[in-house]
Design a binder for this molecule. Structure first.
Ligand SMILES: [Zn+2]
Length: 266
């Protein structure tokens, strides 16, 4: 391997790289297509340029673990509910799945992977930027209808809607978001077809709100100052949360003190 790497062979497996063969550029040299796939790299992205061969080996190990983890999720997935066949829910194992067609496995996630959920009409957020903040603020007690309600109310402006999409934000950089397309073609807003698909949207949003609420109740998630969920491993953050509950009079000084001891392991 020279200073500028070898253009004719894969740095990892040594496979010969023809002039036209698809390859990933590394910090030094090149990686063949197969090795790039094993590392989970996406063709035509440029991250491999920052990697050494040692980095690639690490990436391959991590990607292996990730694929195994995802395969286990699919194996353990026993959905008991289906929301219009767009969402499958396994409440017992706290898993949810997004069907990918009849012949493919659904994409399966743990409840805790869901950070936020938004409903978009022709690309515009109809929930004021996602359900997460509303769930954190206890604003969903009236149901998601209250949040997205009024959308159907205005029947004077029958504009065409081309896209109704529910978009999930996930805690996973490999798959940061998932879009669920609800509407197969353009339709008049407020019309019969729109309204029936909108019912599906409401069902989906309600189901995702339940999942988000479940996450919020489990102690490893807290809502930050912007009302967004963050994973909470930090005892300082946990203490801040309980301090604010104390300040708001939701818990007593005694309860705070005992929580503090517990968190700090005193
Ligand atoms: Zn290779």
């Amino acid at each position: 391997m020279g200073l500028f790497g070898n253009k004719s062979a894969c740095e990892l497996c040594g496979k010969k790289l023809g002039g036209l063969a698809f390859k990933y550029e590394l910090k030094e040299g090149y990686l063949c297509n197969d090795c790039g796939l094993k590392a989970g790299y996406i063709p035509l992205t440029t991250i491999s340029k920052y990697k050494t061969v040692e980095d690639v080996k690490k990436d391959i190990d991590e990607y292996d673990d990730y694929l195994l983890y995802k395969a286990n999720l699919v194996e353990n997935f026993v959905p008991a509910r289906s929301i219009n066949n767009l969402l499958l829910v396994d409440e017992a194992n706290k898993l949810f799945g997004i069907p990918q067609g009849k012949k493919k496995d659904p994409k399966v996630f743990e409840y805790k992977n869901l950070i936020d959920c938004d409903y978009l009409e022709d690309g515009n957020s109809m929930t004021g930027g996602g359900l997460g903040a509303a769930v954190a603020g206890g604003l969903l007690l009236g149901g998601v209808g209250a949040l997205v309600g009024g959308i159907t109310g205005n029947k004077k402006t029958k504009v065409n809607i081309n896209k109704m999409q529910v978009v999930l934000t996930l805690d996973n950089m490999r798959e940061p978001s998932i879009t669920i397309d609800i509407l197969p073609g353009a339709t008049k807003k407020g019309g019969f077809i729109y309204n029936s698909y909108f019912q599906t949207v409401q069902n989906l949003l309600s189901a995702f709100a339940i999942i988000l609420e479940d996450n919020a109740k489990s102690s490893d998630l807290i809502s930050d100052s912007k009302g967004e969920f963050v994973r909470n491993d930090d005892p300082t953050e946990q203490l801040r949360k309980y301090k604010s509950l104390l300040d708001d009079g939701i818990i007593t000084q005694e309860e705070f003190d005992s929580k503090k001891k517990q968190i700090l392991g005193l």
